[in-house]
Design a binder for this molecule. Sequence first.
Ligand code: NDP
Length: 336
Amino acid sequence: NHAWLLASRPDGEPTKDNFRFVQQPIPELKEGEVLLRTAYLSLDPYMRGRMDDGKSYAAPAELNEPMVGGTVSQVAASKHADYQEGDWVLGQSGWQEYALSDGSGLAKLGNDLPHPSWALGILGMPGFTAYMGLMDIGQPKKGETLVVAAATGPVGATVGQLGKMQGCRVVGVAGGEEKCRYAVETLGFDACIDHHSNDFAEQLAAACSDGIDIYYENVGGKVFDAVFPLLNTAARVPVCGLVSGYSAKDLPEGPDRTPLIMAGILKRRIRMQGFIIFQDYGDRYSEFLSVMTPLVENKKIHYREHVIDGLENAPQAFIDMLNGKNFGKTVVKVSE
Ligand code: NDP
């Protein structure tokens, strides 16, 4: 049973040395338990926060324990009345090949699964996040301008496509020309701006000539700085993630702009709302699945994965994802 343990807490950017690869015995199955064999491990930005031990909305990952993470697994052996060998389940086995479960926190995925890993993306936590953040907090209306960054990742790509379905003009922000081309040509965004460009803020302003009505916040940093002056009166800002700052050790240098931002929020009556998907919307998961499943099955929504082969490559893939080297939802294929 190979596993990646959290070996140390990062000082700023995470490195491979923060993880330790070990081989442990496959745990022994007891009455009332299932042994799960991981097929796919999800790598997500929130994991960076779990590596720290500060106070947050979830407990930190434990040192010298398998790193936490969402997984799609098959039941390898069962002494649990509700599960049989071969069943597909969504769970939280973490960064390891095998894990025991008493069934709590497991969701059955059915046994006829065309794309098991999609339960970690478009038909799982990131898709749910996109759906609730946009529809409940963003409140999109026909003709409005919606901006979303990390536009080709699982959250951003879904936000933008749902926004198009609501009749919005959608402007993506992504890292690099190839991602931007994909956002426009495949995902159907109206425009997509490369945040690596020197004149990124000017390009964004030009692409949002009627201002911005909804900014779905995934990244923070210089993207937020470029967006904020463009927000219209009564704009909505679902604050979903701030990935540009997850490894920051200090506040940025420069004048304190808090008064400027607060005055903008007041005068333009901007509504900003943070949310943590399962804590705020856990009771609406089945609603999400009933909307998203047919959209995916009927190919009304495009979904792209960035699949890494082999658990041994998880730490590098995680670090790469935080730095935008992924192109689509990052998943690790752990076993066949
Ligand atoms: P992605 O797969 O899109 O990966 C993160 C992306 O962020 C990178 O690929 C990169 O894309 C972009 N990025 C990284 N650094 C910067 C930077 N400095 N400036 C601009 N962009 C940057 O992630 P997800 O779709 O899984 O998640 C998107 C966001 O949603 C994250 O912030 C995540 O934490 C948040 N989230 C929040 C949840 C909640 O409950 N609130 C639940 C799930 C996700 P590019 O190369 O295009 O710049």
